[in-house]
Design a protein around this ligand. Structure first.
Ligand code: SF4
Length: 271
C-alpha cells in the first residue's frame, strides 16, 4: 500500500510557508490522495501557478511544471490535450486561479478540459504582501483595501458551475480528510473538476482582520461552512454568509478531448 511519503520530497523541507499557514495541510492531503489511488508517478502531471500555494510543487515527488502567474490552467490545458492518459492536477491560489487567471478558469470549465483544479482560497495575494483578490469579501481589510474592501467577492464554485464544470466541490483546511476524498473524486472525473479549499493566511488576511491565531483562524473558516447535505434542510436566512462544503456538482458530460477525437475519427473515416 502506497504512503503519502512516497509522493513527497522530504529533502526539500522545511517549507518556506509562514508558521500556521494552511497550505501544508493541503499539501499532505494531495500526497495522500495520490497514495490512496496508488498512482504511478509517471501518470501524474502537476501544473502550479505563482503564489504561496503555487509552491506545493517544490515538495512533491511527481512531474511538476511551475508556470507564469495566472496561466497554470492554460499550460495544463496543453498538457492534458497532448497526453490524455495523464492525471493532470493544477494547484493555484485565489489570486492566481480566480483573479489573474479567472478567464482561463471559466473557459476550462466551459470546454470541460480533463484536469483537476485545486484552488486554495485565503482571500488575498499572500506572497506579495496581502493585496485583495477576486474572492476577498466586501468590507474586509487587506493591504490594498485598508478602509474595507469595496467589491463583493466571487463565489468560485458558483462561477465554474455556471460555466459548465461537471464536478465542483469545496472543503476547508480544517478538514484534510475531506480534501483528500474530494481530490480523489475530482481525479476520477473525466472532465473538468474544481476543488476549492477555504484556507488561511494568518500573516496577512488573518492579522489584518483580527481573526486570532492560526488555530482560531482555522476554526473561523470552519464556522463559515455548512455541509451541503445539512444545508438542504436550512432556510435561506440560516444560510446567509455560509459556504457549502462537500460535492456541490456532479454532472458528468463529454470532455473536450473526447469530442475533439470524435471529429478526428470521423474525418479519418471520410478520407
Ligand atoms: Fe501562507 Fe499567508 Fe504566509 Fe503566504 S503569506 S505562506 S499564504 S501565511
Amino acid at each position: 500500500m502506497a504512503n503519502y511519503k512516497d509522493y513527497m520530497l522530504f529533502d526539500k523541507l522545511p517549507h518556506t510557508w509562514c508558521g500556521g499557514c494552511g497550505h501544508g495541510i493541503i499539501l499532505q492531503a494531495i500526497a495522500s490522495a495520490l497514495a490512496q489511488q496508488e498512482l504511478d508517478k509517471h501518470e501524474i502531471a502537476l501544473v502550479s501557478g505563482i503564489g504561496c500555494f503555487g509552491r506545493v510543487d517544490d515538495y512533491l515527488n511527481i512531474n511538476c511544471m511551475h508556470v507564469t502567474h495566472g496561466r497554470a490552467l492554460a499550460a495544463a490545458t496543453g498538457v492534458a490535450l497532448a497526453n490524455p492518459n495523464l492525471h493532470v492536477l493544477v494547484t493555484m491560489g485565489d489570486g492566481d486561479g480566480s483573479t489573474i487567471g479567472g478567464n482561463h478558469l471559466i473557459h476550462c470549465a466551459r470546454r470541460n478540459i480533463n484536469l483537476t483544479a485545486i484552488i486554495a482560497n485565503n482571500y488575498n495575494y499572500g506572497q506579495t504582501g496581502g493585496q485583495y483578490s477576486a474572492t476577498t469579501p466586501r468590507g474586509s481589510i487587506t493591504a490594498t483595501s485598508v478602509y474595507g474592501h469595496v467589491e463583493p467577492g466571487f463565489d468560485i464554485c458558483k462561477l465554474v458551475e455556471a460555466a459548465g464544470a461537471p464536478f465542483v466541490a469545496r472543503s476547508t483546511a480544517y478538514n484534510p480528510m475531506q480534501i483528500r476524498s474530494l481530490i480523489k473524486q475530482g481525479m476520477q472525473t473525466k472532465g473538468f473538476a474544481l476543488i476549492e479549499i477555504m484556507d488561511t493566511c494568518p500573516t496577512h488576511y488573518g492579522r489584518l482582520n483580527k481573526m486570532g491565531n492560526s488555530a482560531q483562524m482555522l476554526e473561523a473558516v470552519n464556522d463559515m461552512t455548512v455541509p451541503v447535505e445539512k444545508a438542504a434542510s436550512m432556510t435561506p436566512k440560516e444560510l446567509e454568509g455560509k459556504f457549502l462544503t462537500g460535492v456541490l456538482v456532479n454532472k458528468p458530460r463529454e470532455d473536450y478531448y473526447t469530442r475533439y477525437q470524435q471529429i478526428i475519427d470521423r474525418l479519418v473515416k471520410q478520407a
